[in-house]
Design a protein around this ligand. Structure first.
Ligand code: UDP
Ligand code: GLC
Length: 392
């Protein structure tokens, strides 16, 4: 097949069918390739329909269960997975022959997609969206991924410099990596009108004088909602905490722990567990402050940028990708990871100071619209694909 560098046919691969940040970012990424491209989603879930309706791309959902391979998998598990991995990669390899290039989103799809690249002779781009630290990934997973990326992929894209750094520490090779930050349609975050906000407040039973602190993260232990709840418990009784997001990757137990914690801290009447929302931007504009309390380094942190685009002051933790989004005191505030007291003190001071909330919120919006535009992300991806197809 002749390589088409002008409008390439790209085969996108992704593992999870849920709507986490990696998958939402993929929706934006595939848009320019929807005509000639196909996206294969290994697992069932809402992603396939959302990809189709948002972009028009052809989607194949496979319902393959590879959940027994996970971040902490030991060598024995990986050995028993060999058959499933080879079978799936062979199938994708046959499919890939109709495309110019394979673009794999996140780790499992990257390993399987790289093998498909080997079988089909098509180049592979890997999009890395995880911090490959030993706290999150077993040694063998880190080895398998870094070797795959080094020997089978043509290029590795990382969602932040922090992600690249961890990849290099894990043994990754620096020669073919580049950072492409996720892009955002900033108009989406400025459109909510006053009536919508008023209706939402009423639906959620939020009193008129209440000040709302929001957190837009899936429910997961490393997202740090427990730390936020403890810091929130020390705030004035007129404040409300709005937790938007659900346990997408089997962490229902942690949701139960958070609900219990809200009772133990005697704040259950001031905490709203809103669950997963398809369009969280209206809830975002309702908030007075947003906190992104990840208790482990965030690879990037889409929710931080979205809050900035809504003109909010965001308090984030001082590690990982968030450091590339928030400049402390200018485009948001940073607090040390896991430090309940520092978060509580920061919350108290900014809740009392509407001037700083407005000032930082405006600077954050200007910064995020400039730094994380969808058009810049699309252009960087176009260049990358073109370089790979030309063998550069
Ligand atoms: N999000 C959503 N609905 C929710 C909660 C979150 O659509 O109820 C979105 C949020 O707007 C953001 C993404 O999920 O775009 C989360 O991405 P982030 O990078 O912050 O975290 P990840 O889940 O990728 O670790
Ligand atoms: C991953 C990361 C998150 C990042 C997203 C998009 O899901 O956890 O930090 O923002 O990918 O790249």
């Amino acid at each position: 097949m002749q390589k088409n560098t002008e409008s390439p046919a790209v085969l996108f691969l992704t593992h999870s069918g849920q709507l986490g940040g990696a998958e939402i970012s993929l929706i934006d990424l595939v848009t320019p390739y929807s005509k000639n491209g196909t996206c294969v989603v290994f697992q069932s879930g809402p992603l396939a329909d959302r990809l189709r309706s948002a972009t028009g791309i052809t989607v194949q959902q496979l319902d393959v269960d590879l959940s027994y391979i996970h971040r902490e998998s030991e060598p024995a598990t990986l050995a028993t997975s060999t058959y499933d991995v080879l079978k799936l990669s062979a199938k994708l390899g046959r499919l890939a022959k109709d495309f110019d290039l394979i673009y794999a989103n996140t780790l499992k799809a990257s390993v399987i997609g790289s093998l498909a690249g080997l079988w089909s002779g098509r180049p592979v781009i890997i999009h890395l969206r995880d911090i490959l630290s030993y706290q999150h990934f077993s040694h063998i997973n880190r080895i398998v991924f870094t070797l795959t990326a080094r020997y089978l992929a043509s290029a590795v894209v990382a969602n932040s410099h922090a992600t690249i750094k961890a990849y290099l520490v894990a043994g990754g090779h620096s020669s073919k990596v580049r950072v492409i930050y996720p892009g955002f349609d900033h108009l989406r975050f400025t459109r909510t009108n006053k009536d919508t906000i008023e209706n939402l407040r009423q639906d959620l039973g939020i009193p008129e004088n209440a000040v709302i602190i929001g957190c837009f993260s899936r429910i997961s232990r490393w997202k740090g909602q427990d730390v936020l709840m403890k810091a929130f418990a020390q705030q004035h009784p007129t404040t409300m905490l709005l937790l938007v997001g659900a346990p997408l990757f089997g962490e229902n137990e942690f949701l139960g722990e958070l609900e219990l914690l809200s009772h133990q801290l005697q704040i259950s009447d001031r905490v709203i567990f809103a669950g997963f929302k398809d369009n969280p931007e209206a809830l975002l504009s309702m908030c007075d402050i947003v906190v992104h309390p990840s208790s482990s380094p965030e690879p990037f942190g889409r929710a931080v940028v979205e809050a900035q685009l809504s003109g909010k002051l965001v308090i984030g933790t001082d590690m990982g990708g968030i450091r590339e989004i928030i400049e402390h005191g200018k485009t948001g505030l940073l607090v040390p990871i896991g430090d309940i007291q520092a978060l509580s003190t920061t919350l108290t001071s900014v809740l009392a100071d509407s001037k700083i909330r407005i000032e930082i919120g405006l600077a954050a919006r200007a910064f995020a619209s400039e730094q994380f535009s969808l058009s810049a992300a699309h252009e960087a991806t176009r260049l990358l694909i073109s370089d790979v197809l030309r063998g550069r």
